[in-house]
Design a protein around this ligand. Sequence first.
Ligand SMILES: [Cu+2]
Length: 69
Amino acid sequence: MKDLTLTVQGMSCGHCVSSVEGALNELDGVSEVNVNLGEGKVDVKFDESKVTVDQMKEAIDDQGYDVVA
Ligand SMILES: [Cu+2]
């Protein structure tokens, strides 16, 4: 299990938080998602053998938000 913090731009309200959380939780291998709206940070706990960082970035991107780091 690995921890990662992504910096995401464009999240502005609770709806954005649930969109990002929902998209990440749908991925097999993601076990925990925590969005910090004020800081624009997304903490994820995931299984490296099941899901890649790129897949998680893409899932966030698909919701209309930019992963900048
Ligand atoms: Cu929003």
